[in-house]
Design a protein around this ligand. Structure first.
Ligand code: GMT
Length: 382
């Protein structure tokens, strides 16, 4: 198939997933065209069947805000026509599903029907989407998509609760590539981070408020009072400065390492004993899945899709949002019991295998085919 993928090219989960999906599909012989304003973060090396089309919203002095949506719609029309795309897969409803609808309408005037699939990732529904500033447009654009997928059952339910959705939403989970995310011996890293054999706790996020990184620090503080340990904070974002302040105030600056944005996250996860995800809202929790693939159990909240990924008492523990006491107690319980920790490590890997890219990619392919067949039937019936 010839597929156009529209996504945010940043380090956020939706962009990561969209890029990995495109790379995986290209390996299976599909022609993948990424259409976005910057080269996606994980699209670094040359790969056969991968194409990248940059969208540039011209900086005309009249525009206080560059009209990216208009530029993207024009680019979509251009790429679909000249690259002869079969379908468009847009990730994150805002503004991608809406822009795809505009492109589709333009192409229709040129005698071409372009099937559009929208994948909902989370905050496009749970935080931003339900805001009155966007809600009517989000609802309309979802209903006008030819196919809609959500990355967890929880997100599917929340979408149906918040909006008046007229079409089926297919759940296709986030996935993991085990060629990359797997445990490996990084003893030299471990020695550098924890020279006296301290336990290593890891948190990875984009440091937005929704991630509650301050809770990760508070959990760590309690663990650190009982167990010699270090905390690795990976990623960057708006809360970073506040978190640094908090660590200083709590006098744990020496035990906490801020590593910023890292490309080889799997190498850092490989030295981890526990992964902390105290999020306020999380449609799936791709970062937790990446940790589990590297055999790191997860201490998380029970929000959104997290219970579909992290199994309570098996691959880690789940607590209510904000319940730092409970998350710290669970972390201590695991770290103090080596047999249990080893058991949870094995379980985490086994559960991660459920989301192996090899299992999930065929689901996307089958869904693409279904949508294409439906579009064909629609055209034949007029
Ligand atoms: O979590 C983020 O801040 C990034 C965000 C995004 O939209 O890029 O991630 C969302 O999509 C990921 C991939 O589907 C999910 O694994 C994350 O759980 C989801 N984040 C939230 O729901 C907060």
């Amino acid at each position: 198939m010839r597929i156009g993928i529209v996504c945010y090219p940043t380090y956020g989960g939706s962009g990561v997933l969209a890029t990995e999906l495109g790379l995986g599909l290209a390996k299976r012989g599909h022609h993948i065209h990424f259409i976005t304003y910057r080269q996606p973060a994980r699209l670094t090396a040359f790969q056969e069947n991968i194409y990248y089309h940059e969208v540039s919203a011209n900086d005309y002095p009249l525009f206080e805000y560059p009209p990216y949506d208009t530029a993207l719609a024009s680019k979509l029309v251009d790429v679909v026509r000249y690259e002869n795309l079969d379908l468009l897969h847009v990730h994150y409803a805002i503004p991608h599903a809406t822009v795809a609808y505009i492109a589709k309408k333009i192409l229709l005037t040129q005698g071409r029907y372009l099937p559009v699939i929208t994948t909902l990732h989370g905050t496009d529904i749970t935080l931003v989407g339900i805001n009155n500033a966007f809600a009517p447009v989000v609802e309309f654009s979802i209903n006008k998509s030819d196919g809609v997928t959500a990355v967890s059952e929880s997100l599917r339910k929340q979408t149906l609760e918040h909006f008046d959705i007229k079409r089926e939403i297919e759940v296709i989970y986030n996935f993991i590539d085990f060629d990359r995310f797997k445990w490996s011996n990084k003893e030299h890293f471990k020695k550098a981070i924890a020279p006296n054999g301290e336990r290593i706790l890891v948190h990875v996020s984009n440091f937005r408020k929704v991630k509650r990184v301050d809770d990760a620090v508070r959990i760590f503080k309690k663990v650190n009072e009982r167990i010699p340990s270090k905390l690795l904070l990976i990623g960057d974002g708006p809360e970073r400065h506040n978190i640094e302040e908090l660590c200083r105030k709590m006098c744990i600056g020496e035990e906490v390492r801020f590593l910023g944005k890292q490309d080889a996250i799997e190498e850092l996860l490989a030295v981890g004993d526990l992964f902390l995800m105290p999020s306020m809202s999380e449609s799936f929790g791709l970062a937790a899945l990446e940790a589990m693939a590297c055999e790191v159990p997860v201490i998380s909240t029970n929000t959104g899709g997290l219970p579909e990924v992290n199994i309570h008492g098996v691959t880690g523990f789940l607590s209510e949002v904000g319940d730092v006491e409970s998350m710290a107690a669970n972390a201590i319980r695991l770290l103090e019991n080596e047999t249990m920790l080893q058991e949870f490590r094995k379980n985490a890997l086994a559960q991660a295998k459920v989301f192996d890219i090899a299992n999930i990619l065929p689901k996307y392919e089958a869904y693409y085919q279904l949508v294409l067949d439906r579009a064909l039937a629609y055209r034949v019936e007029g």
